[in-house]
Design a binder for this molecule. Sequence first.
Ligand code: YH5
Length: 278
Amino acid sequence: MLWRCRERLIDLTRPVVMGILNVTPDSFSDGGRYARADAALERAARMVEEGAAIIDVGGESTRPGSLGVEAAVEIERVVPVIERIAARHDVALSIDTTKPAVMAAAVAAGACIVNDVYALRAPGARAFAADSGVGVCLMHMQGEPRTMQDAPSYDDVVAEVAAFLRLERETCRLAGIAMESIVLDPGVGFGKRLEHNLALIRELPRLADLGSPVLLGVSRKSFIGRVLGRGLDERLAGGLGLAALGISLGARIIRTHDVGATVDAVRMVAAVLQGDGI
Ligand code: YH5
């Protein structure tokens, strides 16, 4: 199973890890633009060493309650970082954005994947993806980041998320995006209550049955804190448990802040499932 991301083909026969690289001012102590790019580059080098197949660069916070930033601000944050990682490392770079202008600037700088929590629904986003041949991650979200956790509601969360992803994938296909370039993501924590998040993970095989690779992002999220009674920096073991479970239920890509530990966890699960110990 290969994920076509421009000229790069990512082998998903074995599960892979996507490392999260936030380049928002709240993620790095602010010594200005260059200090920020330096710190981000160091973090990226560490993630590559630890075995990340993909680094997901984001310049806008999409956490619950967050407000948007302008495209120009996002571009100024992510482009220097992407350029410098691409110059030094042979790793797939993904841009975490909903804005076509940011997608275009990031891809010109060296990114080959668009990770869009809005599933390319912004005007021009699908056309950009089709024309550039990037890999895309289509994620489910109910509502929008500012208000999505106010009152999430579903009759059947798994059926509704699966129907949304199937429909958005088809819309992307009709817009000219290759099927082999599309991965799907249930969007854990994006307009979901605890019970919804747990059901989506438990029933991952139903999403994998849609026939596209599935990406799962659970790292440090609030629902782990809710279940375990743990603060933000105490959720590693919970996240590793879920990464292992996610892979065993059919996810192919795990998005995480904790690359080294997650690579070990998913490689161990893959060794058991595939029986080859590699
Ligand atoms: C995702 O699941 N998530 S940003 C709140 C946290 C910790 C982490 C309260 N972008 C996803 O990571 N892209 C984000 O603690 C994503 N899938 C994809 N494809 C939210 C996040 C986070 C939020």
